[in-house]
Design a protein around this ligand. Structure first.
Ligand code: BGC
Length: 765
């Protein structure tokens, strides 16, 4: 048996591609050998053992360690989630090997969504980098750390396209755009799975939440999703498909209903689309407790019925409920579920275990006991350089009046705000096995950046919220948010006092991480009132005001935009967040992030997304007409559009040049622009290419992202950027639900955001 020891490998994987390459050696998967092995194994298994493989459990009050030991003994459990150290994982795998009849290894899974021990920016932040190499580095490091902890599978990537900023889980996805989310999701899958999920430092991905969870009504978590087939296939399904085409071995099924049918009970979705049309061969896993929830959804009459419906609809493995184990034996006995159906589900579980290499070596992600880290949270196990690099790239500069930024490392700077000194919030939701005290707060980052050069003053200035209900909500399960006992006025007075002594004020405001999480839907998207009052008081000092936002969703920032001299969106930027933000504030890194999602002016504008359809009555601002599509109390457009983000330098984009006026049937055409850095600093930007089909058999979006390139230009430098357009870029689902590209004239728009673009045309013959 060959062990690859991991202790010395806490180095930058992103910076050492050769090393990363070596870690993920080739493992050609032989499907025939796998089928033969799994069939042989199935033939030896009892019905109970097969059903046992379908059960995925989490150790906790409902399933204490002793109970699990007993279940393992009886072959009643297939996989474990939420156990995250080698020691704990080893103990359970030992039990399988020592106690169970067939010694079928368990696999171990966890929500490694944006890092395991090292926490990277939340996915919405990762998407803001528009940098697939950076996303790939995140995937590789996360998989490395997860596998080094003994894990085999992650519940990621989350590729739920969403136009619903009220939904807290929008923070976990890659934003509103289908194409961008597809690129990000597939990149993450390839990076995490490497060449084979069996490799020492790879984990299998489980793309989620299938399907269309991001389309929930009103942004209220777990709510209904209802949409046309065109919208589903055009806008919501492609990122899952792209992630599966990239090889994801798992699919986690959504909790919501889709067009009236809960995804967990949707045989059309899980069998016709996923298996028959998309040829998915991996495993489907229900989300937490979803089989039980079929009763509340009103599609099952009793628990046994729920189990029958779920299994027959294509759910292989059940997460966190005992229903499969309890009711499947009876259902098989009376013929309501066939042995072939049980075999299919069990086969999918065994197949992925085979693909994970567990039958070769159940300890493949554990190594020998002596190699276990003495300290799971040892500093040497973190990948800080990668975290800082990616975090800098995820930051979006929204406003920079009179070049307020970058700040000088001189004089006095006042850092104010409830998020300035929070090590917990900066990690964001789903921070896996990250440890708050290892993350760098903005206060620490700015201290590091200014030490010996400038005076840094700090005051909290306000609580995250003064609303007791919200404070209690945030602190329901852990003391996540510390509430200062002083009066709001006393906190503001202290902050104003500090601000008055400073040359510039930096205010770190926004949301606590718990405000943008699962089950954290909001009906307002404002910065909480306590922080708004603080900002107004800071503004009244007359000092230049830099607002640093930390949040997990688009917020409505009309007032903040008005007040701020500079406004920086940092999302929740992870373990190295404070250093990365300081890098941007002091100009050690020139910001290059672009919004992967529209920022509305008010909640009433939602849904507001860049690739909307035209209407029959478009509003014309130059020639207003009452009977056209608009609000009379606000403008139609967003505060910050999709794709938007500033730099400390300026770029110009030339008119678009087409390689030809026509694109032949199934051929290609190329569109190019020359981008020039016209400022006096080096900088990166993202060139974006949008297409529009102005006349088709169905209305097509005013523009749709179909390409992007992140480029780095020295001051004064120019670069030609070309985009190849092929027939796939023109295709859409027509009314007959066929995917077609219709001949006609197309518009190509290229620019540095979705609004200010250069335009050209070509004809598709
Ligand atoms: C979430 C999933 C997550 C699972 C396991 C569920 O509540 O919806 O996204 O993977 O819990 O933690």
């Amino acid at each position: 048996m060959k062990w690859i020891y991991s202790v010395s490998l806490a180095v930058s994987l992103a910076l050492q591609p050769a090393l990363a390459e070596e870690l993920i050696g080739p493992h050609p998967m032989n499907a025939q050998a796998r089928d033969a092995f799994v069939n042989q194994l199935l033939s030896q298994m009892t019905l109970d053992e097969k059903i046992g493989q379908l059960r995925l459990i989490s150790v906790g009050p409902d399933n204490p360690k002793e109970a699990i030991r007993d279940m393992i003994h009886k072959g009643q459990v297939g996989a474990i989630f939420n156990t995250v150290t080698r020691q704990d994982i080893r103990a359970m795998q030992d039990q399988v090997m020592q106690l169970s009849r067939l010694k079928i290894p368990l696999f171990f899974a966890y929500d490694v969504v944006h890092g395991q021990r090292t926490i990277f920016p939340i996915p919405l932040g990762l998407a803001s980098s528009w940098d697939l190499d950076a996303v790939s580095a995140v995937g590789r490091v996360s998989a490395y750390e997860a596998a080094d902890d003994g894990l085999n599978m992650t519940w990621a990537p989350m590729v739920d396209v969403s136009r619903e900023p009220r939904w807290g889980r929008i923070s976990e996805g890659f934003g509103e755009d289908t194409w961008l989310s597809s690129q990000m999701g597939s990149t993450m899958v390839k990076a995490m799975q490497g060449k084979s999920a069996a490799d020492r430092y790879a984990v299998m991905t489980s793309v989620k939440h299938f399907a269309a969870y991001g389309g929930i009504e009103g942004g209220r978590d777990y709510n209904t999703v209802d949409m046309s087939s065109q919208r589903l296939f055009q806008d919501y399904l492609p990122p899952y498909k792209a992630s599966l085409d990239a090889g994801s071995g798992g699919v986690m099924v959504a909790l919501n209903s889709l067009n009236g049918v809960p995804a967990t009970a949707d045989g059309w979705l899980l069998k016709t689309v996923l298996r028959d049309e998309w040829k998915f061969k991996g495993i489907t896993i229900s989300d937490h407790g979803a089989i039980k929830e079929l009763l509340k959804h009103g599609v099952a009459s009793d628990p046994e019925d729920a189990v029958r419906v779920a299994l027959k609809s294509g759910i292989d493995m059940s997460m966190s409920d005992e229903y499969y184990s309890k009711y499947l034996p009876g259902l098989v006995k009376r013929g309501a579920v066939s042995m072939a159906e049980i075999d299919d589900a069990a086969r999918h579980v065994l197949n992925v275990k085979y693909d994970m290499g567990l039958f070769n070596d159940p300890y493949s992600h554990l190594g020998p006991k002596e190699s276990d880290p003495q300290d799971t949270n040892a500093e040497s196990r973190l990948h800080r350089a990668d975290a800082r690099d990616v975090a800098r790239k995820s930051i979006v500069l929204l406003k920079n009046r009179l070049e307020t930024l970058p700040l000088k490392r001189a004089g006095t700077i006042a850092l104010i705000g409830p998020l300035a000194d929070s090590q917990r919030d900066i990690m964001g939701s789903w921070s896996a096995a990250g440890v708050a005290k290892q993350s760098v707060s903005l206060l620490q980052g700015m201290r590091n950046a200014t030490a010996g050069k400038a005076t840094l003053l700090y005051a909290k200035g306000a609580n995250i919220s003064d609303n007791k209900g919200i404070q209690d909500f945030l602190n329901l399960y852990e003391q996540a948010v510390s509430v200062d006992a002083r009066t709001p006025q006393a906190m503001i007075d202290e902050a104003v006092e500090k601000a008055k002594q400073a040359d510039v004020v930096v205010a770190a405001v926004g949301e606590a991480q718990g405000m943008a999480h699962e089950a954290s839907s909001r009906s307002e998207l404002t910065i909480p009132a306590s922080q708004q009052k603080l900002l107004a008081a800071l503004k009244a000092t007359g000092k230049p005001l830099v607002i640093v936002l930390m949040n997990g969703r688009p917020l409505t920032l009309v007032n903040e935009d008005r007040m701020a001299d500079a406004l920086v969106e940092t999302w929740f930027s992870g373990t190295e967040g404070g250093n990365a933000i300081a890098d941007v504030l002091f100009g050690d890194y020139n910001p290059s992030g672009k919004l992967p999602i529209t920022f509305p002016r008010s909640v009433g504008q939602i849904p507001l997304y860049y690739n909307h359809l035209p209407t029959g009555r478009p509003y014309n601002y130059a020639k207003p007409n009452k009977y056209t599509s608009h609000y009379y109390d606000t403008v139609n457009g967003p505060l910050y559009p999709f794709g938007y983000g500033l730099s400390y330098t300026r770029f110009s984009v030339s008119p678009v040049k087409m390689s030809a006026k026509t694109m032949p049937r199934n051929g290609t055409v190329e569109a190019s622009v020359t981008v020039t850095n016209t400022g006096d600093r080096d900088g990166a930007t993202v060139v974006q290419m949008y297409l529009n089909d102005p006349v088709a058999s169905v209305s097509r979006p005013v523009r749709d992202l179909r390409g992007f390139k992140r480029i780095m230009l020295k001051a004064g430098e120019s670069q030609t950027v070309s985009f190849k357009i092929d027939v796939d870029a023109l295709k859409f689902w027509n009314q007959q639900m066929q995917q077609v590209a219709e001949p006609g004239t197309f518009n190509v728009m290229i620019g540095l955001d979705s609004v200010r673009t250069q335009r050209a045309q070509f004809d598709y013959l």
